[in-house]
Design a protein around this ligand. Sequence first.
Ligand code: SF4
Ligand code: SF4
Length: 100
Amino acid sequence: MNAQTDMSNTPEITCSTCEACCCRLEVMLMAGDDIPAAFTRQDRWGGWVMARRDDGWCAALDRDTMLCRIYERRPVICREYQAGDSDCITQRAQMVTGGR
Ligand code: SF4
Ligand code: SF4
């Protein structure tokens, strides 16, 4: 998810050519995630998630570089998200078409 290096097995799908499309998704925090409190919020069910700003992107995303500001300690869900998989491709396509 918004990798600093290209982890894609598909040459056409790389994070370096993507405006962090997946960083607009809801990211649930898991036990063991160690995220600065300023980037988190509680959802309506009492669970903790990454906060998002009015523009829809994650609070931890650097808007100038479109890179994760907490990359080394990003949530487990973000670590497991794979560039080039079906959800990644869907998110990229939705960004192009303006959908969510
Ligand atoms: S949507 Fe895919 S290509 Fe774009 S930042 Fe996320 S993992 Fe990388
Ligand atoms: S924590 Fe980092 S990788 Fe995860 S959604 Fe936020 S900006 Fe993207």
